[in-house]
Design a protein. Structure first.
Length: 165
């Protein structure tokens, strides 16, 4: 794979080059694209896109880090894309079961919670990050995505139970 194309993918169309907080910029770009996929194409295409971007990340991150396998450069944000889209699948599934597209605050909550878990790195998220391997670069964000997705659903349930009765 050509280095320029590899950089385009790993920086998610160069959003990972924005400063400061490149992970947040990459996640914001992922939120916009993922929400558009779900809104215009549907839940199943978002599932497919999540699987595809995850597989691509597991291929391109090791290729980009072959000469420096223990690095986790901040400009590589394909892992944030995979993790956030995984988090977004949780509220998207809930809306899909009601035959509707995601509406605010579901995807925004998934984004905020994903960033919280990606930065804080509690428990298994931190363990994946401490692998210091290209696979660990991907895995910590995927675990953060699962945590964020579960918390998004819990918060939605609490909102509907407590505030809406």
């Amino acid at each position: 794979m050509q280095p320029g194309f590899l950089r385009l993918i790993n920086t998610f169309f160069y959003s990972g080059l924005l400063r400061p907080a490149s992970g947040t910029w990459g996640s914001l770009a992922a939120l916009i694209v993922g929400w558009a996929i779900e809104h215009y194409l549907g839940f199943v295409p978002l599932v497919a896109a999540t699987v595809i971007v995850t597989a691509i990340g597991f291929y391109t991150v090791p290729a980009a880090l072959k000469d420096r396998p223990t690095d986790d450069p901040s400009e590589i944000v394909i892992d944030e894309v995979a993790g956030l889209w995984l988090a977004m699948l949780f509220p998207a599934a809930g809306f899909w079961m009601r035959d509707m597209s995601m509406v605010w605050p579901g995807p925004v909550a998934a984004f905020l919670l994903f960033r919280l878990f990606d930065i804080w790195k509690p428990g298994p998220v931190g363990r994946m990050d401490r692998l210091h391997t290209p696979q660990g670069v991907m895995l910590d964000d995927l675990v953060a995505g699962v945590f964020a997705g579960i918390c998004t659903i819990i918060l939605a349930a609490l909102y509907h139970i407590v505030l809406l009765g």
